[in-house]
Design a protein. Structure first.
Length: 207
């Protein structure tokens, strides 16, 4: 049983890495199997199609990340510190990934969602679902910040959308420019938009 699980995990990891670094279209089943070090027959034992595998890979990555987001956005953390903690985490994760990949990659979900063909729209729809869940963390932080007076926000839905647009733009710019600077600066921009003072959280950061 352990061997079977390991094979599936290898396929999930290989699909995520290829889609994140390149695109959905460039990640063929043969390429995924080669990177995973498994036979093509094993692929079809676990997945009906590449689309099914990519969706499963994105979901696995999201579920792995959620424990960190649950910690960062815990209700026990002051609302402003939740936001600061997220931007710090994002910068550190992108720095680590850039060192691993040799270049800045940006958001894995956006990479998948934007590179889908017309036959792969299920992937895009799944990315939208992930983003919808992700937004709830920010909605909770802004709602709590508005309630305790720490975040001077009036229109929470609009503020959440604006923050997400800033994050998406920073991720795209970072990938295009192969520079971490847009990602390092996006927290400051989001805080400025929200009327907050920006002080990066760096001391004792968890990798």
């Amino acid at each position: 049983m352990a061997r079977v699980t390991d094979t599936r995990d290898k396929l999930l990891n290989a699909a995520l890495q290829l889609v994140w670094k390149e695109s959905v279209g460039s990640a063929s089943v043969d390429d995924i199997c080669e990177l995973a070090g498994v036979r093509k027959g094993s692929f079809y034992h676990f997945f009906k199609s590449k689309t099914d595998l990519v969706i499963a890979a994105l979901e696995a990555h999201w579920e792995e990340s959620r424990s960190e987001f649950d910690r960062i956005f815990s209700p026990s953390v002051p609302p402003v510190e939740r936001l600061r903690g997220f931007f710090d985490f994002m910068a550190r994760r992108q720095t680590w990934k850039a060192e691993q990949a040799g270049r800045v990659l940006g958001c894995p979900y956006a990479s998948a969602g934007m590179s889908c063909s017309s036959e792969e729209q299920q992937i895009r729809l799944h990315v939208e679902q992930i983003f919808a869940t992700f937004r709830k963390y920010f909605e909770s932080a802004l709602r709590d910040g508005k309630a305790d007076g720490s975040i001077p926000v009036k229109d929470i839905p609009m503020a959440v959308e604006t923050v997400f647009e800033l994050i998406g733009g920073a991720m795209a710019a970072a990938r295009i420019q192969n520079s971490l600077k847009p990602i390092e600066n996006v927290g400051r921009g989001a805080f400025m938009m929200l009327g907050l003072a920006w002080e990066p959280k760096t001391a004792g950061a968890k990798a």
